[in-house]
Design a protein around this ligand. Structure first.
Ligand SMILES: [Zn+2]
Length: 402
């Protein structure tokens, strides 16, 4: 019976490893460690899979309700492991673990890499690939995903499949822009997922890190500085005063090229071009500073103030609180319970000194996570004047009741 393969192979219980791949993705046929050595700025690699069925519909999976970004839609994928034979093997493993589908061929890279910071924080690049599979019998891992859908191009562009809203982890972007890491909606679904120009397969260097992402981050850094640093605030006020003064050449003359979001490098870039003489200026013509950065961001689908509602899918606990990010020293957050709107809004105040708060109505615990600029050593003057936090009832609870 030597010709019979091991039972594990016939039942498909092993990670697929006998797949083939297009030469254009040969750069990714290396182990994680080797890849990261050639990209010192990165600390991890994520891989995503665009699986199309025979009707050219794209496979989407919905994140589990207990996971981060609960019930949001995405393509299958995850982090490449050091144990994976290569990044492509990590891709095949993730597809198999999450959907039960077996990779037959990796036929191309989708767009380019997308670099982002994780919560830890680690600098991670995500690459997505078009993956051909052996069969389309999806079997989800209920720990990771709640549902799956095969969506047509029209459904993906509409962000809706029947009654289902295809909301992603970034609701400010359309589904296709989110999936394709694109600044505009791809004009053709399948073509956008295939490399239009084959990459030079003789080079061993990985594709360049997405520069636009870093520009976006530096623009946000400008916004944070402007929001909390007194020096930056004065600069903004001074800029406005100069524009108001008579007989002074404005910094940005009418008709100059409108700066796009990714071109914003300093506060000086956040002055609008003004309106043509005799016309009424729009907000886009005349807004300055943070308002301008917000408008420019919105025009490109970037929500610079992160206006998404807080996670209300669960009740926060001391061990696992609901995280509230703040660029300033204090942050107020409104709790309406879990699920959202279970009780009237209760406002909770958190600070860097007292980051944790518990909602007196429903008991949910919130924690402020400071994401503002690093201390320059000049803040927190109150400590020098013997200031003490006012006592609360918690200070009088006997130790045996803790
Ligand atoms: Zn509450």
């Amino acid at each position: 019976m030597a010709a019979v393969p091991p039972a594990a192979l016939t039942t498909g219980e092993t990670v697929p490893s006998s797949f083939t791949f297009d030469p254009s993705v040969a750069n990714f046929n290396v182990p994680l460690d080797a890849y990261l050595k050639t990209s010192p700025a990165l600390q991890g690699i994520c891989v995503g899979a665009f699986v199309f069925d025979d009707a050219n519909r794209l496979l989407l999976v919905q994140r589990a309700p207990h996971d981060s970004y609960p019930l949001r839609w995405e393509v299958p994928g995850g982090a490449a492991d050091a144990e994976d034979e290569s990044l492509l093997h990590g891709l095949a493993r993730e597809v198999w673990e999450e959907t039960g589908l077996r990779t037959r061929h990796v036929s191309g890279l989708v767009g380019k890499g997308y670099t982002f910071l994780t919560r830890r924080p680690l600098c991670v690049c995500k690459y997505s690939f078009v993956v051909d599979v052996e069969a389309f019998d999806v079997k989800l891992d209920p720990n990771e995903h709640a549902a799956f859908l095969w969506v047509t191009e029209d459904e993906a562009k509409a962000g809706k499949c029947g009654d289902v809203d295809l909301t992603t982890a970034n609701p400010s972007l359309t589904l296709t822009r989110y999936l394709f890491n694109s600044t505009s909606d791809p004009s053709t679904f399948r073509l956008s997922a295939s490399p239009l120009q084959p990459t030079n397969t003789t080079t061993t260097s990985p594709p360049a890190i997405d520069v636009a992402m870093f520009l976006q981050r530096s623009a946000l850094a400008v916004a944070r500085r402007a929001a909390v640093a007194p020096v930056a605030r004065r600069t903004f006020a001074a800029s406005v005063a100069r524009r108001d003064a008579k007989n002074v050449e404005p910094k940005a003359s009418v008709g100059q090229k409108m700066k796009a979001f990714e071109e914003i490098k300093s506060e000086e870039d956040l002055i609008g071009p003004g309106a043509a003489p005799g016309t009424v200026p729009t907000d886009l013509d005349q807004s300055t500073g943070l308002e301008r950065l917000e408008i420019l961001g919105k025009m490109q689908g970037v929500d610079i103030f992160d206006m998404r509602p807080l996670d209300a899918s669960r009740r926060g606990t001391l061990d696992n609180p609901i995280i509230v990010k703040s660029a300033g020293d204090e942050q107020y957050a409104g709790c309406t319970g879990s699920p959202a709107d279970s009780h009237v809004v209760t406002w909770l105040g958190m600070s860097r000194e007292r980051p944790m708060e518990r909602c007196p109505e429903c008991g949910s615990v919130y924690k402020m996570e400071y994401v503002g600029p690093a201390d320059d050593g000049h803040g927190h003057h109150d400590h020098h004047h013997g200031h003490e936090e006012p006592k609360t009832f918690a200070d009088f609870v006997k130790p045996q009741y803790w």
